[in-house]
Design a protein around this ligand. Sequence first.
Ligand code: NAD
Length: 540
Amino acid sequence: MANAFFEVPAAINEPVKSYAPGSPERESLMSCLEKMKVESTDIPMIINGKEIRTNNQIKIHPPHEIKHCLGHYHYGDKSHVKQAIEAALNAKERWANTSWEHRASIFLKAADLLAGPYRDRMNAATMLGQSKNVFQAEIDAACEMIDFFKFNVQFMTELYMEQPESGEGMWNRLDYRPLEGFVFAITPFNFTSICANLCAAPAMMGNTIVWKPSETQIYSAKVIMDLFKEAGVPDGVINIIHTPGPVAGDVCFAHPELGGIHFTGSTATFKHIWKSVGQNIDALKYYPRIVGETGGKDFIVAHPSADRKALATAMIRGSFEYQGQKCSAASRAYVPQSMWEEVKSYLKEDIESIKVGSVEDTSNFVNAVIDERSYDKIKGFIDRAQESSQADVIFGGKCDKSQGYFVDPTIILAKDSNYETMVKEIFGPVLTVFVYEDSEWETVLKLANDNEYALTGAIFSQDRYAIETGAKALENAAGNFYINDKPTGAVVGQQPFGGGRGSGTNDKAGAKQNLYRWVSPRTIKETFVPPKDYRYPFLG
Ligand code: NAD
């Protein structure tokens, strides 16, 4: 045991590489991608450090090239879920008793491995498996994941240093124990970094994990597991299983040792999780910590004073980067009548210049959506808008799944502010615009506020009074609020991320607030010279 109070290296955000033509990073990444594309990867589950293979193998295809096969993963069943829970519980005592500096060291090492030798593989896997272009992969799979590891290590030490006052004759202390039981991490397809963080944040605080990734992210999940292993995460601390969500859920939500759930995904799934835990509460030993970041219907509200070109650029970037499959993606915009024609002309110019296609052609801004189910759902919204008298598809609308799941960036003009694409999460490259009378600023703020979600939102204005009234009126409409910027692209350590209402428990991923959820503090009061007479002075 060490006898010093160690200081961890100060966290700084990982610089984003440019991947400009001719840059060494571009050459290195693209050659890694070419190599990975032709390898057929075999992806087992990992339970207690052991590779588990089954007879049920599922092929993996890039969403932008569905005839190509990247390899396969081994599909498991209930027995594997039970084995993973056992492994997590068996690894718990030793891991929980490992000093914090060694836990920190493992994740700092993971960050440095990812910044160096793992960077290309993590980015290439995210590009091939989840159809992210070079830049979207770099800001997610490399930079954000590195930031999550480094900043959380710093936040962990800040949290441990929070200690109570001590009165005379006593010493009060707070000990931050990991939760009892295991933590179940259930992760989405769209951010490789979120998947790693949902496991790493509770593990860093001394918990052990059962990880069920989304079926459409398993290709990059393998690289995450390789990274954890090389960084020194001990066997059994993070166990990955590949099963349908409900199969893993049914076992975990009813397991007496369920200590916590770290979820990111859709609102419907999260509501199901919450209900299942409630129904099983009598079988559980603890009240599990339930942390969930879920869906969004993120907005941009423009005031008549807004900078029109900046507004149009934010609408394009905010709505169409990563095919609109960011929980923070702008998907409804309120634009004043007086500027609509001008803004529309900028949008048209931009949309006509956007190329859609494979990630291997780096001039493509938009790539494929994640899978056929998602493609069909997005196309359904576009088809209905094309037929509706309440909406017009003014740009894009073309969908083609012959080679990959491609949906062109699409803008719908809604005549009704409650038209379905103004209120429902689509999770694709579709932005709906509602044009309002300039005099209706206060009314439009109410419209923007009136939604089941509250994740991200932006206002554009050059009028300080309008910014103030807008920020106040939309106080609860977004957990991440932007002024004169697109509502996407939160950076760890700078804009802690998460929302309320139907968008989640707002525990702010990559911030100290999130780490509090993975510890159970124990207050210790030590009295140096305890009293030896029960009588208080007032009795005399
Ligand atoms: P999803 O809800 O379909 O799946 C998420 C995970 O839940 C997957 O691993 C899935 O297999 C699992 N799952 C499904 N049913 C389950 C069950 N009954 N029991 C246990 N697990 C179950 O979400 P997705 O399509 O992967 O991700 C997209 C969604 O995630 C969008 O709604 C998006 O807004 C949201 N998201 C939110 C944030 C945020 O920070 N708020 C970030 C990223 C994504």
